[in-house]
Design a protein around this ligand. Structure first.
Ligand SMILES: [Fe+2]
Length: 299
């Protein structure tokens, strides 16, 4: 992998998801019955003695930031669920502390996840208070940036998922998304890439499974977004939220959900994704937390 300059128009970035400080403790000390109930919901929770804090999340996030400092991508993006509990200052301060260890010439982009802004018990419903808190710590939740000849757009998919308490935020998000897509096309971007926390869909852009509504964006709000992404020829959407890798496509749009930096829910270990951007396309690969792209192992 090269350095983070753009003379050739080619560069790489690292996509992360779900460091989710506090989740190992949340799933520790569970009874066999509780573990069975989680597993019935597709969450592969492992038996573990009760713990508090976030020692394991710290180890994993520090390791991946260290790897980024070695690989020198153009930027690192963290696709949401930075913390497990939106109003726990210790969790967000630790994420920010480790994020600041990224070398100064590698940009760090935060993306809001449901746990970062979901103020209800199920961590699904953003409120004015939870959004304000997020923005005061991590910056804007809807924003755009460019690198080389590629345009990147970040949106707060938790608002898209559940706008019950913040309907005006949803309106602003859709206006923002269309404006940025139009601007990216006007610039003749080689690529337009969207970062969200929730994958827009699981397998099929038209799927509508009520039992799985929390996993994606409900179809009535997914359709208008996909229409915009198609109209402006977006290349790919990179997301997280499932704590496992999943690859799908809708039309010409790649829909990539990446496994977690933190607690894994499936067979994929904690890890990171390296995305290589060339003039003509995107190439991306997932690596376990202790693996480097050249096949070597980190200590
Ligand atoms: Fe999530």
């Amino acid at each position: 992998m090269g350095d983070n300059t753009t003379g050739s128009g080619e560069f790489s970035f690292i996509q992360l998801a779900d460091p989710q400080f506090g989740l190992f403790a949340r799933f520790s000390g569970q009874t066999n019955e509780q573990i069975a109930a989680f597993q019935a919901r597709g969450l592969n929770i492992k038996p573990a003695p009760a713990t508090t804090g976030f020692t394991e999340e710290t180890r994993l996030f520090e390791k991946v930031i260290d790897t980024a400092n070695t690989l020198r991508p153009a930027f690192v993006v963290v696709c949401g669920d930075i913390v497990n509990q939106w109003d726990d200052d210790a969790q967000s301060e630790e994420a920010l502390r480790i994020g600041a260890l990224l070398d100064d010439d590698i940009n760090l982009h935060w993306v809001a996840g449901n746990h970062d802004v979901g103020a209800d018990e199920g961590h699904t419903t953003p409120t004015d208070e939870s959004l304000a808190r997020y923005r005061s710590k991590f910056g804007p939740d809807n924003y755009a940036f460019q690198h080389g000849d590629a345009s990147f757009i970040v949106i707060n998919s938790a608002v898209l998922q559940c706008p019950d308490e913040t309907p005006a935020e949803l309106e602003r998000l859709m206006v923002f998304l269309e404006a940025e897509l139009r601007a990216a096309r006007t610039r003749n971007s080689d690529h337009i890439i969207l970062f969200t926390h929730h994958p827009l869909f699981l397998e099929d852009p038209d799927e509508d499974k009520p039992g799985e509504a929390h996993l994606t964006i409900p179809i009535e709000r997914r359709r208008p977004v996909l229409e915009l992404l198609g109209e402006y020829r977006v290349d790919a959407v990179f997301a997280g939220h499932w704590h496992r890798n999943n690859y799908a496509s809708g039309g010409d749009i790649e829909m990539i959900a990446s496994g977690s930096v933190g607690y894994p829910f499936g067979d994929d270990p904690s890890g990171y994704r390296v995305v290589q951007v060339t003039r003509t396309g995107l190439k991306h690969d997932w690596y376990a937390i202790d693996e480097m792209p050249d096949g070597s192992k980190t200590p």
